[in-house]
Ligand binder design. Structure first.
Ligand code: DQA
Length: 144
């Protein structure tokens, strides 16, 4: 069983980007944590990041036939992208929406999510640890 963890815009800057909001863990650290967790859980993992909406759409399409499910931290595109919502709906793979920060405790524009409409569920507010929580949630959803 293979999972895709897909990260959107500005998440390549984790570690130095607004550390008071997003913490000091880098995306490379998070990838290492997720790869270690994948071994523990017994799943294969693709881990990817792009700052480009179309590239994220392509990555979601490429997951079809390869991955059993998707964990998507779409960054700001969460709040704007009908294209990403449609891509998730199109591939018919279970998806979990993920955020490091608790978006509901932040600005109003972060309370809107196009991704949530097509997601199994949403994990937010647990920082980098949310990634492994999301892996557990997705695996348990797939094994249900
Ligand atoms: C984020 C929350 C988004 O609102 C923001 O635009 C991000 C990061 C998070 O992980 O907390 O880029 O997705």
């Amino acid at each position: 069983q293979r999972l895709l963890i897909l990260n959107g815009p500005n998440l390549n800057l984790l570690g130095t980007r607004q550390p008071e909001v997003y913490g000091r863990t880098t995306l490379a650290d998070i990838e290492s944590m997720c790869r270690a967790h994948a071994e523990t859980v017994g799943v294969d993992l693709d881990f990817d990041q792009s700052n480009h909406e179309g590239a994220l759409v392509d990555a979601i399409h490429a997951a079809k036939g390869r991955s059993a499910g998707i964990i998507l931290n779409a960054g700001a595109y969460t709040h704007t992208s009908i294209a990403l919502m449609d891509a998730i709906a199109s591939v018919e793979l279970p998806a979990i929406e993920l955020h490091l920060s608790n978006v509901h405790a932040r600005e109003d524009f972060r309370h809107v999510s196009y991704i949530a409409r097509v997601a199994v569920g949403v994990i937010c507010g647990f920082g980098a640890r949310g990634y492994t929580l999301a892996m557990d949630a997705l695996v348990s959803h797939l094994d249900r």
